[in-house]
Design a binder for this molecule. Structure first.
Ligand SMILES: Cc1cc2nc3c(=O)[nH]c(=O)nc-3n(C[C@H](O)[C@H](O)[C@H](O)COP(=O)(O)O)c2cc1C
Length: 224
């Protein structure tokens, strides 16, 4: 699938068929997901993939009872590690080995930068990790759709209850839930009409930020 087609045909899907996703397909989807960019390539994301009826039901209970959490083959909780230092040494070792940075001194300077970031307030670190982890969530949805696996992103959950229910250690921000499953064919028709989008004339601002007060949505133009 060309990217524009992947983006244009992806939908937030709420009705799933009973068809199971092969482990090899899930692996391929997650491998592509990890190609998402992240600040300093620190990859703060972690994915809790729930496939069992019991664990999906536990997730539904902290996700406003949203039924598609259990109907989908897999429900993924995307966490962001709020500690920028967590993987910094490994990542900068890789940069050094590949000649992406020239010397040990540069590696040390980079580590200092990240350590400074690690000194940010908790609120700032939560925003920090959400930026990269949300990009991973989007990549997950596009990667899935390339395999014909539909998805639905979700913010409708109680983060505190989720952390408690799944015994999540301190320092991990539940950024988003994403359901994954093959779409139910009849529901796919219902969900197929593209929801309107705010036009680029309203949302894109060249050189000067002049947010439009106009509030319109229209069928997106995905032409050249
Ligand atoms: C951050 C975020 C949170 C969302 N939360 C929910 C949710 O809790 N439950 C749900 O059914 N859909 C949720 N959605 C899906 C949106 O309703 C959907 O993306 C939007 O209506 C546009 O439809 P489309 O994704 O099919 O283009 C969420 C989407 C985003 C990006």
């Amino acid at each position: 699938m060309e990217f524009t087609e992947t983006a244009a045909t992806r939908r937030s899907v709420h009705e799933y068929s009973d068809e199971l996703i092969d482990q090899s397909t899930l692996d391929a989807i997650f491998r592509t997901t990890t190609l998402a960019p992240s600040g300093y390539n620190l990859q703060p994301w972690e994915f809790l993939a729930l496939r069992d009826g019991e664990t999906k039901t536990a997730l539904k209970q902290v996700a406003n009872g949203q039924e598609h959490v259990v109907d989908a083959d897999t429900a993924v909780v995307i966490f962001g590690n709020t500690d920028p230092m967590a993987h910094a040494e490994t990542v900068f070792d890789d940069w050094l080995a590949k000649g992406y940075i020239p010397t040990e001194d540069v590696r040390a300077a980079l580590l200092d930068n990240v350590e400074t970031m690690a000194g940010m307030s908790e609120a700032e670190r939560r925003i920090w990790t959400t930026r990269s982890s949300a990009l991973a969530a989007m990549t997950l949805m596009y990667a899935a759709w390339e395999h014909g696996v539909a998805s639905c992103p979700m913010e409708g959950f109680d983060a505190t209850a989720l952390i408690e229910a799944f015994d999540i250690p301190e320092g991990y921000e539940p950024v988003m839930l994403v359901t994954l499953g093959y779409p139910d064919s009849e529901a796919a028709d219902i969900e197929n009409e593209r929801k309107g989008r705010r036009p680029i004339e309203d949302v894109v601002h060249y050189e000067e930020f002049d947010p439009s007060e106009r509030s319109t949505v229209e069928a997106p133009d995905i032409g050249e």
